[in-house]
Design a protein around this ligand. Structure first.
Ligand SMILES: [Cu+2]
Length: 490
């Protein structure tokens, strides 16, 4: 033991003599060891149960003692309505050619038309999409197992395979469908189309026109066509224009030559809308707006982001450039109030969805990543509710970019923006633009059990971790991210 006597002192003397080497080595270790631990902790396993990630946030409501991902009704069983004869039957065959995708040979794919109450049955056939694909029914509050999110509500459909989606089109409105497997590539590449649910008794005197906006590699297009599209319409004709923004960013639109009325937002009719003149309309990514225009004798023209246009009848400016009005329609005050059908004053749960950004590791990749309530994906909140709850969300954007936020399976009503209460028509959304620094309060009834994505629809942002989920107690996972089908929803 005598050999060890004075050992610490000898080490100390050595370190002091060699401090020029020792100090940088220690400093490097102090930085590197925690970084390595953080990097390692951020790495995701080959496959994982999304519902087991992050942390449960009960929003001030009950929930203790719950077993959240291995007990309860499996997501795969949440298929109501049960089998029955379909009113609308469609087969959509998806084909990939490099970075481009087609549905039944074109992009956009065919518009699916249904009448409210119809049972819709869509067979997705994957021709050759090697990484697999799915279809999500954007804005349609389908049963959870029909929601089309790879790894959460189904497995990706591989080449040669099929998947049958069944749901009841229970609300009129303008919707769209798109892939939710590697969506930041497949949606951009054109794997999408429109879905319109018509009322039982439509007005045959109103002309209908779907306008699906999408930026392809070749450029921005309106229903797949670049430039100006002309719709034959006589003076006095009423036209309902159903605009779908399938891009990652806001699509401003404006009308020249006529006033327009905002009939519906995200599939829900507005209450007491009035004609608008000299204002643009900002359509969020993923969002839809239905406009009513009465065609004047000199025609009307709708410009979309200054890149494509729809002319109704004659072009009032004969192809000349138009400029975007400075002022935008503000849905916070547009239209007149009506009953919300829920009481946000007595909400069962209050959640915060605070968006930020900070340096860190996302699945081992260093970067400046989006955060939700300060957490990086997948350690984001699992917003947990019980069926029947009235839920209030406060969404705050404390980051340096805007975020079109999309909650699956539900429609939420806007209560306020930056503390200013909504005083116009009830403003129901599934795709809400949250600008830099803005705070929205929204409310909804938790009436559709399942595990639902609640994410940014600027799809690269989702891929960069701006993803959270709404989870119902008593629901269990059926699928895993990753694994054999390579499920990768973003
Ligand atoms: Cu975003």
């Amino acid at each position: 033991m005598e050999h060890w006597a004075g050992y610490p002192q000898r080490v100390w003397r050595l370190l002091r003599a060699r401090w020029r080497v020792v100090v940088p080595v220690v400093a490097t270790l102090v930085v590197l060891v925690p970084l390595t631990v953080m990097w390692n902790n951020s790495r995701l396993p080959d496959s994982y149960d999304m519902a087991a990630m992050g942390y449960a946030d009960y929003g001030g409501g009950p929930g203790a003692g719950r077993h959240r991902h291995d007990e309860g009704v499996p997501v795969a069983d949440l298929v109501e309505p049960a089998d029955g004869p379909a009113d609308v039957e469609v087969t959509l065959t998806v084909h990939q050619d490099g970075r481009s995708f087609t549905v039944n040979g074109s992009s956009p794919g065919p518009t699916i038309d249904a009448t409210v109450g119809d049972r819709v049955e869509v067979t997705l056939v994957n021709d050759n999409v090697s990484e697999g694909t799915t279809l999500h029914w954007h804005g349609v509050d389908v049963p959870n197992a029909m929601d089309g999110v790879a790894g959460v509500t189904q497995d990706a459909v591989m080449p040669g395979e099929q998947f049958v989606y069944r749901f009841v089109a229970d609300r009129v409105g303008t919707y769209w469908y798109h892939s939710h497997q590697i969506s930041h590539e497949q949606v951009l590449g054109g794997l999408l189309g429109a879905l319109v649910v018509h009322p039982v008794e439509g007005d045959p005197s109103v002309l209908e026109q779907v306008v699906l906006l999408h930026k392809y590699d070749s450029g921005p297009a309106l229903n797949g066509a670049e430039g100006t599209t002309t719709l034959d319409a006589p003076a006095g004709q009423e036209v309902r224009v159903r605009v779908v923004n399938t891009d990652n960013g806001l699509a401003p639109l404006w009308v020249t030559g006529a006033a327009y009325t905002v009939l519906a937002v995200d599939g829900t009719d507005l209450h007491g809308p009035t004609p608008v003149e000299g204002q643009r309309y900002d359509l969020p990514a993923g969002g839809r707006v239905d406009l009513l225009i009465v065609v004047p004798a000199d025609g009307a023209r709708i410009d979309f982001a200054g890149t494509t246009a729809l002319v109704l009848g004659r072009d009032p400016v004969d192809g000349a450039q138009t400029t975007s009005p400075k002022k935008a329609v503000d849905l916070l005050t547009y239209g007149t109030p009506a009953d919300l059908g829920l009481d946000p004053e007595h909400a069962d749960r209050h959640f915060e969805y605070r968006i930020g950004k900070r340096p860190g590791f996302l699945d081992g990749r260093p970067g400046n990543w989006w955060t939700i309530n300060g957490h990086l994906f997948p350690d984001t909140p699992m917003y947990t509710v019980a069926e029947g709850d009235v839920v209030v969300f406060e969404i705050h954007n404390g980051s340096d970019d805007t975020h079109p936020m999309h909650l699956h399976g539900h429609h939420a009503v806007v209560l306020s923006r930056d503390g200013k209460p909504a005083t116009g028509s009830p403003w129901w959304v599934d795709s809400l633009e949250v600008g830099v620094g803005e705070t929205f309060e929204i409310a909804f009834v938790a009436d559709n059990p399942g595990i639902w994505m609640d994410h940014c629809h600027n799809l690269p942002h989702a891929q960069q971790g701006l993803v959270s989920h709404l989870m119902y107690m008593g629901v269990a996972s059926s699928y895993r991210i990753g694994g054999e089908p390579g499920n990768q929803p973003e």
